[in-house]
Design a protein around this ligand. Structure first.
Ligand SMILES: [Zn+2]
Ligand SMILES: [Zn+2]
Length: 245
């Protein structure tokens, strides 16, 4: 369905670019080139080293440790991770626009930042997998924002399309909105949410990079990583646009 829609969408995008000047996807200010305006750029909180190598959490100061306290005491099921931004009002606006507003003009800016902080993970991955939505949600939304991000990140990082494998992981459980749930409830809710699909044993022994938009508690990504590891993945890394905390 997506492949059929794309040429028409691309044409509309091209036509609207000829007719209308570009707007900042966050504040709708007119900009010379597509992407965020300089004021909005300045409000984003990029995560730069030092950061936890397992979950991507940015450290406020360099204490000479490689993992954060949470990963040391209750490690997630993924082995490594990177996040481009802290989840602030500004990054939230960008991501909610991508998720619910169909604002795909935010994707290139987010992809650029993700490709830069996740460069090593991207280069080392055998397969790159977007965190899947349950098909009912995918159908309602018309797209998966994580897949949009994954494809854009791969383009920026110059990674061949053959590494993109949205088919390896399926979401089999329809989970309600996690927004109001506690950390423990989120982990419980995500139990058994994914299933692998691997007819040619592509997962066994592979290094897999899972891409998603936001990491809140890490419950979804951890559940996906556990599922991939059970299917024999050697290493699971994650790359997200923004993370809470
Ligand atoms: Zn702006
Ligand atoms: Zn951590």
């Amino acid at each position: 369905m997506h492949a059929m829609k794309q040429p028409a969408q691309q044409f509309l995008h091209f036509a609207s670019n000829l007719l209308l000047p570009a707007q900042c996807p966050s504040c709708h200010e007119l900009v010379h080139r597509a992407g965020l305006c300089s004021a909005c750029w300045a409000h984003l909180k990029r995560i730069t080293p030092p950061a936890c190598w397992q979950c991507g959490r940015g450290f406020d100061f360099d204490a000479g440790v490689s993992r954060c306290g949470k990963c040391l005491t209750t490690p997630p099921d993924f082995d490594r991770g990177a996040a481009a931004l802290r989840y602030t009002a500004m990054s939230k606006r960008l991501i909610l626009g991508l998720k619910y507003g169909g604002r795909h003009d935010t994707t290139p800016a987010l992809a650029q930042m993700m490709a830069s902080c996740g460069n090593i993970l991207l280069q080392q991955a055998d397969w790159i997998v977007p965190l899947p939505l349950h098909w009912t949600r995918h159908w309602r939304r018309g797209y998966n924002q994580s897949a949009e991000l994954a494809r854009a990140v791969m383009r920026v990082a110059g990674i061949a399309k053959a590494y993109y494998r949205p088919d390896l992981l399926l979401r089999i459980k329809r989970t309600e909105n996690q927004g109001h749930k506690t950390r423990a409830q989120r982990f419980e809710n995500m139990r058994g949410a994914f299933r692998t699909h691997d007819p040619a044993a592509h997962i066994k022994g592979a290094k897999i990079l899972v891409i998603d938009d936001v990491l809140t508690t890490g419950a979804s990504l951890s559940s996906a990583a556990r599922c991939l590891k059970r299917a024999g993945a050697k290493e699971v890394a994650i790359l997200v646009a923004a993370r809470v905390g």
